[in-house]
Every structure is written in structure tokens, then in C-alpha cells.
Design a protein around this ligand. Sequence first.
Ligand code: NAD
Length: 486
Amino acid sequence: MYIHGKKTQGKATESIAVLNPATEETLSEAWRGTAADVESAVAAAKSAFDGWRKTPANQRAGMMHQAASNMREHHQELVELLTREEGKPIPENQEEVWWTEETLDYYAELGRHQRGLVLPPGDPAQFNFVLEEPWGVVGCIIPWNYPLLLLAWKLAPALAAGNTVVIKPSEFTPLTTLRMIEVAFDHFPPGVVNVVTGYGVEVGEPLVLHPDVRMIAFTGSLATGQRIATLAAPMMKKLHLELGGKDAMVIGPDVDIKVATRGLAYSALLNAGQVCTSTERVYVHESLYPQFTEELAEFVSSLRLGNGMDEGTDIGPMLRGHFREKVESHVADALKGGARAVVGGGRPTEFDRGFFYQPTVLVDVNHSMKIMSEETFGPVIPLMAYKDFDEAIRLANDSPYGLGASLMSNDPKLVKRFFENVQAGTVWINDPLTDNFAGPFGGMKMSGLGRELGEAGYQEFVQVKHVHWDMEAQVKEYWYPYGKEG
Ligand code: NAD
């Protein structure tokens, strides 16, 4: 763990094995943190808070730029460790580590350009202004699928705004986070950044419940988000929740089939489909459905499944066996309901180890099937045909989630109808899953509360304070006593 500027075992007596999902071998172990470790980390973060919030923003920015630069010196090491720990192929981890470095630089600059407001006063003697202040100690609870990137989207704005943090990485992927903090954040004042490893119930819940933690920034599943919201509600904590999704992609009638099938394969199979914004439901215009299905099947069949460390691997393993079993249960439910797998549909036979699942294309699916209604989080592409565009939008909106949605089309009328009517926090046209540092990211409906990235992602980490200052200090006629001379 990393508490008050030091690597530590804390009060832990046991460890958790961290597996390589491509080989199922134990890569290393991480300490199984306890509530006592949360206590130490929160105490360290609390003691560092006053100094950090009063550190001039340009000095905070300097330290954050230094952290980005330290990360770049260890870039390849972090990429490889992340690949062994999380499983996705090297090019995807190059991207993740690069994004993390750039996010630190982005918020370093954004933080020092932030300002409050001066308001028109109610009287010439008054001075009214609004300050933006940090919350205090922020608990950052992180999932396993993008351990560094999703941490950076919280850590960077939190630090830039003057908060101190306690990070709870996923029990499946703590190693790269610990290494990143150790190599990149060692020059920060002790206690500003802390990491407690361990399980959700044993470390996450004490963090959520700790009275000195004023804000929880969480990315993970809807079920865990609901649990955190329930625990935090009586204490009126600030919550920032990035939850699950069931993103739709609509294929317009005008597309170039090669471009659309490639874009779809990327958005559905990236990180073996284990992205919160993975395309999980596809609606194809009926005029091109047969040809589209054929070309998609041919392209998906050509992709190479393998160890993420091997050159030429397109798709790595899933993270763990129980996540693969969920995919298997969704596919079995679809096949039972009449769907057909035109590609894949099971475990590959060429590997005797590793949590691999074949990239799969399903046809003849409908919304009564789990594969079209629940988050699958695996490498499966279910295709449905639609007749008219209103029907496609209605189907895309037929989900309790509202994280992202994509359209492949260059018809401006369809594009406008799509982004005006689809209920999703991010809408991608012809370039699914691409983020922008300045573009707010987050969910509508049950996909979450709040936004990451951009100025909106910074504003989550400050609370505003209105200051009303009367500079004349005179008795006011509206004070007591009423109805007689004062
Ligand atoms: P998860 O909810 O199981 O775990 C996320 C984190 O919460 C982990 O660190 C875990 O230990 C911790 N946790 C678990 N139970 C807890 C509890 N009771 N109290 C406090 N903390 C607890 O999610 P996961 O399997 O790690 O990640 C996959 C999920 O994350 C998917 O649903 C995916 O859609 C979602 N996700 C969302 C986004 C987004 O930006 N909206 C991004 C990535 C992943």
C-alpha cells in the first residue's frame, strides 16, 4: 500500500493473489487492506489537506507536470505490467498509459486557470463573490478494466482543485496503480496521495463510511454504485458515480460497409468487450443487413485472439473466469431464445490456460434476451435489423442505461435526429469510443451521476462558497427591532 508517502504493509496480515488473465498464473500479491489501513490513510490525507489546499495552484500544477514526466520515464514498464495484470493487448495499454500521463498535464493547466466569480451586489457597499473550494479528503474507488485511466480522471482534477486522496484500486488490478504512484508521485507532500489495496467490502466500504471522507469518486458496476449511494446518503457525501452501460450502435442505410464493420468491431471488441462504453447492441438498416452481417463475420473471424504481450494480438483474454461465465450465460440465453452465432459463441480450443472467449457475432436476437438488455461486458456483437430510423432510435433508447451511443452515417439529417433524440452522455458519429480531454464523459439514466474530463470533470471536485461582504459595517434598517426606531 502507499500511505503518508511510504510503501507499507499497513495493518494487513494477508495478501491477495493477482493473476495474469492470459496464463492464470499468479503475477504477484497485494496486501489485503483492512478498515485500520483506511483509518491510517484517511488520517494521512486529512493531515495533508490544509497544506495542499493552500499550496499555490501553479506549484500544484508543477508537481502534477512532474508526475506526468516521471510516468513517461517508466512508460514501457507500466504498459507491460498493465498488460500482464489486465490482459488487453500492448497497443491498448500504450494508449491507456499515454492518456493517464496527458490527463495529469491537462488538469495541471486547467487547475491553475480556474477562478471563482464576482457577482453584482444588492447594495453598493456590498461585495459578493464565489469561491471554489476543495471538498477535503476524496475517496477514489476504481474498477479493473482501465485501472490507470479511470484513476487519472479522478486523481488529476481532485489534486488540481486542492483535495487530498485515498485510492482504492480493484482487487484484481492493484499492481500498476501502486507502481505508478511509487514512481510518479514520490515528490508530493506525504499524505496527499494514498493507496489502500484490498476488497470492496473490506476497504471500499470503510472508505465510503469514514466521516472524514467528504466525497467518493467511483467507477464500477451499477450494483456497487447503488450500494455506495445507500451507504453514503445518511452522511450527505458528495458522490461522483460512473456506472455501467449497454451502449447501442445504429448503422445508417448510407454507410460504407467496410468502414462500418471495422468501426463496430473496434467498439465492441476493444479490451475483449470489457469497456463501459463497449457497443453491446447493434441495429442495422434492413437494406444492408445480409451483406453487413456477412462482411462483419468475415472480418471478426480474421481477428487474432491471444496473450496481450504477443505482437499481433488483437483481442486478449477476459479478466477472470466468472466474467466469462456471465458472457456464456448471456449467449446461452440468446441461443435458447432462437439466436444464432455466425462467428464464435464459445471458448476457443487453442488455449489450455487463460480466460479467453471467442469474439462472437449473434443474429436473430431481440430485446427479450439478456444479451440485448443486461450489461454483458464481453466480446459479443448482437445484430438486429431495423426498418426506419425512428424505430432504431426507439430501440437504442430501450435500456435503463444511458452511457454512450454511436451512429455510423454521413447523412446530416439522420445524424441530427440521432444526437437530438438518443439518451446517452456521449454520442459518437463515425468514430466510436474516442475520448477528448476537454469533452465531458459520463452517463444519463442509470449510468451514473456527474461527469469526468473537461471543466465539468474539474467542477465535480470543488464546492462553491458565496461570500457576502458589507464593507460599511452599519446597523441595517431591516434588523430588529421591527416597527420602531432602532
Ligand atoms: P465493481 O463495481 O465490481 O468494482 C469497482 C470497484 O468497487 C472495485 O475497486 C471494487 O473493489 C469496489 N467495490 C466493490 N464492492 C464495493 C462496496 N460494497 N463498497 C465500496 N467499494 C466496492 O466493478 P468492476 O467489475 O471492477 O468494473 C466493471 C464495471 O465498471 C462495469 O459495470 C462497467 O460498465 C463499469 N465501468 C464504468 C465506467 C464508466 O465510466 N461509466 C468505466 C469503466 C467501467
